[in-house]
Design a protein around this ligand. Structure first.
Ligand code: ACO
Length: 434
């Protein structure tokens, strides 16, 4: 819970000399906020902050980022420690319930999630409505949105039990939905989940097993997948999470809210960046060409940006990118893959980090810079990269949605605007128009 600080901020209307005091609220760590909720009533003015660069939209106890120091904490735990020592489902529990589970709690949670992994059989017909060459994120938007029509019994957002069941269903079913989107796109049969496998093992099984052969899950790949899911599980009030919160603030059911989050994640400035990084590296092709791409990225008249570089919040190395780079080396070594794209990516990083333009603007590699190379080595086509991100981020979305619904101060999200269109004018009948 936030606390009201004894300090206030004053806003002075220079024309009239009127002075308005605004309270300051403190969180547990990080910058305090100026509470402007009564600003319009007091002054008749709104604040203006496109892109929300200085605006806190909610109170949250889930995730803390110190972008200057390059620190990411989930419920107080460092992402590096979670990635090294925890598991994705343990992190899911942590985000949902606030603390790491004890042994019994962990076993029960794993069991409950595992027994929600199957999809309603009728949903299989839904896939057949999509073209085979549909982008899997398009399938994800459609199928996840459709879940509310299959699981009516968990759409009452005012019932805590229904909220919990919907949360478990979403976390459990998302890998099944994602694997089916992949299988559909390559024309292979769907695999039903296997309850004797761990969350990440089962995900790999549903993605890569075929009925004609035995499938052995490679433990190095299962670990890399689990780590990738942990690294993407939550990230404060990013675009897709804010989209989920905004959709949910109207009382929309959680399945519909997740579909909104998936749509927002798809964009190349957000979750679509890992796909864009690989496309960029493929296009660059050779390290001799890096210079011309760096030049393009710096050119204000060219819309090109170095994909996988820069972040709204991190003005230092993204801590997830460090873990991802380490994971990338481990996976490539285990698979015996010598991918020239990794060398190219490292060279890109080196050059960009020595360049004045990138140094001045604090543009470091973000989590997406190395993830595409790992995923390619694991056998994923690039259009699946963002789908994996969506599977992981579902945990953050649902935990943030639940936190919002349970917040007694929650209101429908409704930003204001600075209107710059025409002022009122009379309607002109068509025959009188020029
Ligand atoms: N390449 C070249 N220049 C860049 C880049 C980049 N990747 N990112 C930012 N800049 C420049 C901008 O042109 C701007 O320069 P200016 O001050 O001279 O105008 C300055 O750095 C600040 O950039 P903004 O766009 O104001 O930063 P913002 O916080 O709005 O954008 C974003 C952050 C969208 C992530 C941006 O860095 C970007 O487009 N990166 C590439 C896409 C990407 O990797 N996205 C993944 C983000 S992480 C995630 O979603 C998991």
């Amino acid at each position: 819970m936030s606390k009201t600080n004894s300090a206030t901020f004053s806003l002075i209307n220079d024309a009239t000399g009127e002075k308005f005091a605004m309270p300051v609220l403190d969180g547990s760590v990080g910058p305090s906020v100026i509470d402007v909720r009564r600003l319009y009533t007091q002054t008749g003015h709104f604040t203006y902050d496109p892109g929300y660069t200085s605006t806190g939209s909610c109170e949250s106890a889930l995730t803390y980022i110190d972008g200057d120091a390059g620190v990411l904490l989930h419920r107080g735990y460092r992402i590096e420690d979670l990635a090294e020592q925890s598991s994705f489902l343990e992190v899911a529990y942590l985000l949902l319930y606030g603390d790491l589970p004890n042994g019994g709690e962990r076993d029960k949670f794993v069991h409950d999630i595992t027994y929600h992994t199957m999809l309603h059989e009728q949903l299989i017909n839904f896939y057949r409505g999509f073209r085979r060459d549909a982008h899997p994120m398009a399938i994800m938007c459609g199928v996840v949105g459709a879940l509310s029509s299959f699981y009516h019994d968990s759409t009452d957002i005012n019932d805590p039990h229904a909220r919990m069941v919907a949360s478990y269903r979403l976390i459990a079913k998302m890998p099944t939905i994602a694997a089916m989107a992949y299988k559909y796109s390559i024309g292979q049969p769907f695999n039903y989940p296997q309850n004797d496998l761990s969350f990440s093992e089962n995900f790999l099984y549903m993605l890569f097993a075929v009925p004609a052969e035995q499938y052995e899950v490679n433990p190095v790949l299962a670990k890399a997948m689990d780590r990738l899911l942990i690294l993407h599980a939550d990230h404060e009030q990013n675009a897709s999470t804010s989209t989920v919160r905004l959709a949910g603030s109207s009382g929309a059911n959680p399945f519909a809210c997740m579909a909104a989050g998936i749509a927002s994640l798809w964009g190349p400035a957000h979750g679509g960046a890992n796909e864009a990084v690989l496309n960029m590296l493929n296009e660059v092709g050779h390290k001799d060409n890096i210079g011309s791409y760096v030049k393009k990225a710096k050119d204000k008249d060219d819309p090109f940006r170095l994909m996988g570089f820069g972040h709204r919040v991190y003005k230092n190395y993204d801590p997830r990118a460090k873990v991802m780079m380490q994971s990338c080396h481990e996976v490539l070594e285990d698979l015996g893959v010598d991918d020239p794209l990794l060398e190219l990516a490292m060279e890109f990083e080196k050059i960009a980090r020595e360049d004045e333009y990138f140094i001045e603007r604090n543009l470091y590699p973000n989590v997406d810079f190395y993830s595409g190379i790992i995923l390619k080595a694991m056998g994923f086509p690039s259009d699946m990269f963002t789908v994996l991100f969506a599977v992981a981020r579902t945990v953050g979305w649902i935990a943030q949605w639940k936190e919002m619904i349970e917040d007694p101060t929650q209101k429908i999200g409704r930003p204001r605007q600075l209107y710059t269109g025409p002022t009122e004018r009379p309607y002109v009948p068509i025959n009188n128009r020029k």
